[in-house]
Design a protein around this ligand. Structure first.
Ligand code: SER
Length: 315
């Protein structure tokens, strides 16, 4: 019997669905959800839940001991748009939570770590199309700087201390069950909600802003697959490029129009435009495909049908 799993930041956009899926795979009692505060009552009641501040080393350590945790998924972070509004706190949270978990692994208290990186590690000087795994990386956002630094530390802890840490550079993630919190790619979730509730949407990015994106089902499967892969197949210990689709606001609006013909969109770019303009438009993820057999399933059309079907059931 393996040890238990702890998810830190379990009430967020990824954490909620990751918790659900990990419980299906490993059993509810073996997956401990945690967050800085209690989330939806239904979620908190659905299995073991702890209130944990990701910046409190002792708290994390005692939860790990209490539940005999072996694997930690550290999903707590401030995303790109929110981080620009509070750079010092974003740096503190994004870096020090990672150090806590890396140091627990270094001390032999946990066996394996998943830590999410992002396309935000790339910057304006990075090649924008089919961005390679290894390329120029000069992130220009606080969030990107923290993710790039985090990647360096993950690789360092692996090389110097033998820590088994695994990471993915997520593209923008689209999901129906939980709203994203403070990212630049959030428009691609909001647009579906507004299409159903108002029949129209005002986008905070311009119509031709192309960004790499992925449906949450694929992202969760990738996360579980990279953690299940044999350690020697994980050859990259910074973070893997990961890709499924890329589109512009205009293209996602057209996909929605096929299902909701009267849907309309207009554009009012704000400060997030500059963040989006610094990121890649598409990603080359051959290393993930080769090393641990990554394959995406959803494209823009299949994602749009699935999103609208689920969201219509909810309202
Ligand atoms: N989706 C994230 C954001 O927009 C990128 O990792 O901040």
């Amino acid at each position: 019997m393996m040890g238990r799993i702890l998810i830190i930041g379990a009430c967020g956009q990824i954490g909620t669905e990751l918790t659900k899926k990990l419980r299906e795979v490993y059993g509810t009692e073996n997956v401990v959800a945690s967050d800085i505060r209690k989330g939806e009552p239904e979620f908190v009641a659905s299995g073991p839940f702890e209130v944990v501040n990701a910046l409190d080393f002792n708290q994390i350590e005692s939860i790990i001991e209490k539940h005999e945790v072996e694997d930690v998924y550290l999903m707590a972070a401030l995303l790109s748009a929110t981080a620009e509004k509070n750079p010092a706190f974003a740096w503190d949270l994004n870096m020090n939570s990672l150090f806590h978990v890396l140091n627990l692994a270094k001390a032999g208290k946990i066996k394996k770590i998943f830590w999410p990186s992002s396309i935000a590690v790339f910057g304006p000087t990075t090649p924008k199309q089919d961005t390679p795994q290894y390329t120029v990386m000069e992130p220009s956002t606080v969030y990107g700087i923290s993710k790039q630094s985090g990647e360096r530390w993950c690789e360092y802890y692996h090389n110097i201390y033998g820590v088994d840490v695994r990471s993915i550079r997520y593209p923008g993630l689209i999901s129906w069950s939980t709203l994203p919190g403070g990212g630049t790619t959030d428009y691609a979730v909001d647009i579906y909600h507004k299409a159903l509730s108002d029949g129209k949407y005002t986008c905070f990015l311009s119509e031709e802003t192309r960004l790499p994106m992925m449906y949450m089902d694929d992202a969760i499967r990738a996360t579980i697959e990279i953690m299940q892969a044999p350690a020697d197949s994980i050859k990259i210990r910074s973070a893997y490029n990961l890709s499924a689709m890329d589109f512009t606001p205009k293209e996602i609006a057209e996909a929605i129009k096929k299902e909701i013909p009267d849907f309309t969109i207009d554009y009012a770019p704000d400060f997030r435009q500059k963040i989006a303009d610094s990121w890649p438009q598409s990603i080359d993820d051959n290393s993930a495909r080769q090393d641990w057999n990554w394959k995406h399933e959803f494209d823009l059309t299949s994602m749009t049908s699935d999103m609208l079907a689920h969201l219509s059931e909810k309202v």
